[in-house]
Design a protein around this ligand. Structure first.
Ligand code: UN1
Length: 490
């Protein structure tokens, strides 16, 4: 059995305590790796090495930093299939989706590398003569990155690549359920020429490793993707030290299907949005709000199509849906099914673990007759559970869509341009799709949400550079005399 260590100051090292944890394939329940568990002291060593590396890395011209990223992107491309297979074994998502996850990391790496020749600031005229105004970007310093298990390579890349190209050094904690892809990413970046200390990997528990990252005074920014509960805690704790915090938290993403929608297209979208990645995306569609005029036909077709989804090991190319990540997630999904039944929703499909498969498989589940005040319609389940809610009008559908605490992604299926524009204007979410499901974000556009989904920052796209840079405003006075802004100008 392969054993993996922490990566600190350019070396693979044992943790202080020597404690280990296991990485389990959720489709077979086989242990696939043993890993070292970091302590708070190990995090401190990682921080020390990131601090040490900062001067030299931030002083390296960004186009030269970019060369390393371009090389890493090419290596990711060459190893795409192997990494995808590893991801399916570690995380459970089907191979086709694992390839998408790896591709998202490749895209992000190329994109961030390209930013090495941009990292744009502004120039603008001064109100005074012979004076020049501009902004430049500077790295923040040592940043702490904490990533989830549902996108084991894409989300680390969303955070690591923009942080690196901007000149920051990193202490990185991947999710304990999926550390292997992060380890491979660190190896690739190192082989591509990343200097020692620039990227440090510490695996282990949130309560020790995560907590030390959040509290360590030398870490100046935190980027976290995960639960609202943890995100709120991080914001509060890191806020005490005035750290920059970027949060990408939960969702309860709705798809509205109007009576004028292309029904087949909407069904394709709902299936992919709700059951893709076994519903374990922040962007997963967990509510579908359907116009009452088409509800019976829509429900029947959707249930018929969902019944045909093939569960199994994602390595089998014929599988449509893999397992959930672990036992506690399986228990959580089961608990929500019970809650839904108690609340009076009608369990139309699924609702239980898919025995006798050996892994953490749960049947694709559909509740009908759901009202918008039920917990299954309001709380994030993060599993293959879809609630169907009936609506009489677009206004009502939008009210229902907006009635939850989250606001990541939303979608509307309609052939009516007025409905589409109204949805764009009124839906409270960071992302809105028209005639496409709630998942499918592309890396060169901002990604993030409103309300409890985040704290106003956006990842990916040009906003990924905003996340990891400080802006300095520069006033360059070449008049040779004292000029007073606001005062010399009448
Ligand atoms: C997430 O679930 O946290 O749009 C990220 C999507 C993917 C990214 C999801 N490209 O579903």
């Amino acid at each position: 059995m392969q054993e993996y260590k922490l990566f600190i100051n350019g070396e693979w090292v044992d943790s202080e305590t020597g404690e280990m944890f296991q990485d389990v394939n959720p489709a077979t329940l086989e242990t696939i790796a043993h890993l070292q568990k970091a302590s708070a002291g190990d995090v401190q060593s990682a921080v020390d090495s990131a601090e040490e590396a900062f001067d030299s890395w931030s002083g390296t011209p960004a186009p030269l930093r970019a060369k390393i990223l371009f090389r890493a992107a090419r290596m990711l491309e060459e190893r795409k299939e192997e990494l995808s297979r590893l991801m399916t074994q570690e995380m459970g998502k089907i191979l086709k989706e694992a390839r998408g996850d790896v591709q998202e990391a490749i895209d992000m790496t190329y994109y961030a590398a390209g930013e090495g020749r941009r990292l744009l600031g502004e120039t603008t005229p001064s109100e005074l003569p012979n004076k020049f105004c501009l902004t430049v970007r500077r790295p923040i310093g040592v940043v702490g990155l904490i990533t989830p298990w549902n996108f084991p390579l894409a989300i680390p890349a969303w955070k690591i690549m923009p942080a690196l190209i901007s000149g920051n050094t990193i202490v990185f904690k991947p999710a304990s359920d999926t550390p292997l892809l992060s380890i491979e990413l660190v190896k690739i970046l190192t082989e591509a020429g990343l200097p020692k200390g620039v990227l440090n990997l510490v695996m282990g528990e949130g309560s020790t490793v995560g907590s030390e990252i959040v509290h360590n005074k030398s870490i100046r920014a935190i980027s976290f993707t995960g639960s609202v509960e943890t995100g709120k805690w991080i914001l509060g704790e890191a806020g005490k030290d005035m750290k920059r915090v970027s949060l990408e938290l939960g969702g309860k993403n709705p798809i509205i299907v109007m009576d004028d929608a292309d029904m087949e297209l909407a069904i394709d979208g709902v299936l992919w949005g709700a059951f893709g990645t076994t519903g374990q995306r922040c962007t997963a569609a967990s509510r579908v709000i359907v116009h009452e005029k088409i509800l019976p036909a829509f429900q029947k077709k959707l249930i018929d199509r969902t019944k045909k989804l093939k569960l199994g090991n994602g390595l089998d190319e014929n599988t449509d849906m893999g397992p959930v990540i672990n036992n506690s997630q399986l228990q959580k999904v089961s608990k929500y099914v019970e809650i839904g039944k108690e609340e009076g929703a009608k369990l139309a499909l699924g609702g239980k673990p898919a025995q006798p498969l050996p892994g953490y498989f749960f049947l694709p589940t559909i509740f009908t007759d759901v009202s918008s005040d039920m917990r299954i319609a309001r709380e994030e389940i993060f599993g293959p559970v879809l609630s169907i809610i009936s609506t009489g009008s677009l206004d009502e559908a939008i009210d229902i869509a907006n009635s939850v605490v989250y606001g990541l992604s939303s979608s509307i299926y309609t052939e009516n341009i007025k409905n589409a524009f109204k949805a764009i204007e009124k839906l409270d979410s960071g992302i809105t799709y028209i005639n496409a499901p709630t998942i499918g974000a592309e890396i060169h556009l901002p990604f993030g949400g409103v309300k409890a989904t985040g704290n106003g920052t956006r990842e990916a796209g040009t906003t990924s550079i905003d996340e990891f840079t400080e802006i300095k405003t520069v006033y360059f006075d070449y008049s040779g005399r004292l000029q007073k802004a606001q005062i010399d100008v009448e």
